[in-house]
Design a protein around this ligand. Structure first.
Ligand SMILES: C[S@@+](CC[C@H](N)C(=O)[O-])C[C@H]1O[C@@H](n2cnc3c(N)ncnc32)[C@H](O)[C@@H]1O
Length: 249
């Protein structure tokens, strides 16, 4: 299943070594190598709210002070980050900080991020702040303190290689690595095990993906997985929790 159900390009045999952008109608980026869009064509911002925030019980879980840590597989345009930041501001919890950490193999240029995100006036302020701070030649580990209590870290490299060395335990994960059939490496059981290992007790994940092998890999990694109605025309999505105290199924 591609992000928009237009399954016309053959799946790659091996993960590509580069990423070339095409721009489709509505300044919608599309990866030639992965044969997929970066978010759904209906409305990527609303999809983010439904799938990634809703699937992780956000913003409701932002009720307490301290640092809430979100991990993401696939930073792409930063749409998920900007929409999360917008909702975080609206929630305005005293004494709370957000650390959003994203693992991205092919970081985009600021001009491309700007072009894609300009589609949504709702996140103008977040887009401008992100693009102003984004490095000209993104590589390595990018740490940006974008506002009081808002830190963005983008770790450039393959998620499977970078996650083990990143010393944080996350409260919530956004699994957003192109359609599973297009990019099976981003949904492997080994990678899901790494994600599980970096999730705190009671921590959660959410994804628009609903493929059977993704669900099984997440369950095999240790998550309790739930199917929910997907966004727009998508029938299902997955979300789940790390609960090591549950009675064995
Ligand atoms: C669907 S897009 C993510 C969209 C993004 N979350 C947003 O808000 O725009 C998938 C992203 O995963 C990245 N990617 C693909 N394979 C990867 C890998 N093995 N490790 C890390 N990132 C990867 C791609 O470069 C792409 O940016």
């Amino acid at each position: 299943m591609t992000r928009d159900h237009l399954d016309v390009t053959p799946a790659p045999d091996a993960p590509p070594n580069s990423q070339t952008l095409e721009w489709h109608e509505g300044d919608m980026p599309y990866s030639q190598e992965f044969g997929d869009h970066f978010y759904c064509r209906e409305d990527g911002r609303l999809e983010c709210g439904h799938v990634f925030l809703g699937g992780n019980g956000l913003p409701e879980r932002w009720r307490t002070a301290g640092t809430f840590k979100i991990g993401e597989l696939g930073f792409g345009t930063g749409l998920n980050f900007c929409e999360t930041w917008r909702q975080w501001k609206a929630a305005s919890v005293d004494g709370a900080n957000l650390h959003f950490v994203s693992f991205e193999r092919f970081p985009m240029r600021s001009g491309d991020i700007d072009r894609a995100l300009s589609h949504w006036p709702e996140i103008d302020a977040e887009r401008q702040a992100l693009c102003a701070a984004w490095p000209d030649a993104p590589s390595g580990r990018i740490d940006l303190d974008l506002a009081d209590g808002i830190r963005l870290t983008v770790v450039c490299g393959a998620a499977f290689d970078e996650i083990p060395g990143f010393s944080a335990i996350f409260d919530a994960w956004y699994l957003d690595g192109f359609a599973p059939r297009r990019n099976p490496d981003m949904w492997s059981q080994d990678l899901m095990r790494l994600v599980f290992g970096k999730t705190g007790e009671g921590g959660t994940f959410a994804t628009y993906a609903a493929a059977g092998f993704v669900r099984r890999n997440l369950q095999g990694a240790g998550f309790t997985v739930e199917r929910r109605p997907g966004f727009g025309s998508k029938r299902e999505m997955l979300c789940g929790v790390k609960s090591t105290s549950r009675v064995a199924e």
